[in-house]
Design a binder for this molecule. Sequence first.
Ligand SMILES: [Zn+2]
Length: 303
Amino acid sequence: MSALRNLVFKAIRYAGLPFLFREMYQRKQVTIVMFHDPAPEAAEAAFLYLAKKYNIIGLDDYLEARRGSRRLPEKALIITLDDGHAGNRALLPVLEKHKIPVTIFLCAGIVGTNRRYWFKHKDPAISTEALKQVSNREKLQRLAAVGFTPDREFPAPQALDAAQIHELKPYVNFQSHTVFHPCLPKCSEAEAREEIFQSKQLLELKYGLHINALAYPNGDYSDRDARLVEAAGYDCAISVDYGFNTLTTDPFRLKRLSIDDTDNPDAVCVKAAGVWTLLMNLAGKRRTSGNMEVLKQPALAIT
Ligand SMILES: [Zn+2]
């Protein structure tokens, strides 16, 4: 991060805004934060900061509380990581040492293979942001034209392999992030259904996991996608809509705050309290998604 950016986060932190948000909004609500592929040192610093200011709970603890079989602590916070990047294996010593529960959302068609995430395929002829705006079918056609197909195997893996998933399993709640990480609202009904239903079946069958949650790729979903997730037998789905959750928040539209993988504790402090996204939204960096306009995270870095 740049020195100026660091200074901005420090100023917001020590001006007391995150403290106010924690006391006013987060005390009685459940905060969910999202990382992707943090280095172990950055993850350890971020997780330890969060553990100091919040009560870290597992996603399953929250689901149990919704069913009435558990009480949640105040300032409950759930840590999630999206995509199932191979780098997540390096977090094992951190998770083992500090016993911090995390949920990792896996792309069922990419983990355990040498296939790649489409959004990591860089070619001068394509723009990742532009590809998020077109139909899934057109996106796949444009990617195929530059040598990428979802089932093409490359020399090295980008995602966790089967052995790594089994190693991490005692410390990680693995859940679904669809099969190939499409923008669900840009999929046909058949495509969305396959991505949502098949990812649950694949992960349960291949890795013996109990899949009850799905994180929408890019946080994007439509009413149809939320209905499909429920029909597939999931208990909840997580977006990147701005805000915090209660026991009565729509379980298929859970809210989540984004934290960058390289953020230092000042930035983690400001973002986990919901202050950063709110300031960004007030500054006009609002984006539209699905069929509704909601306060969203800045689009950058959301995968
Ligand atoms: Zn993702």
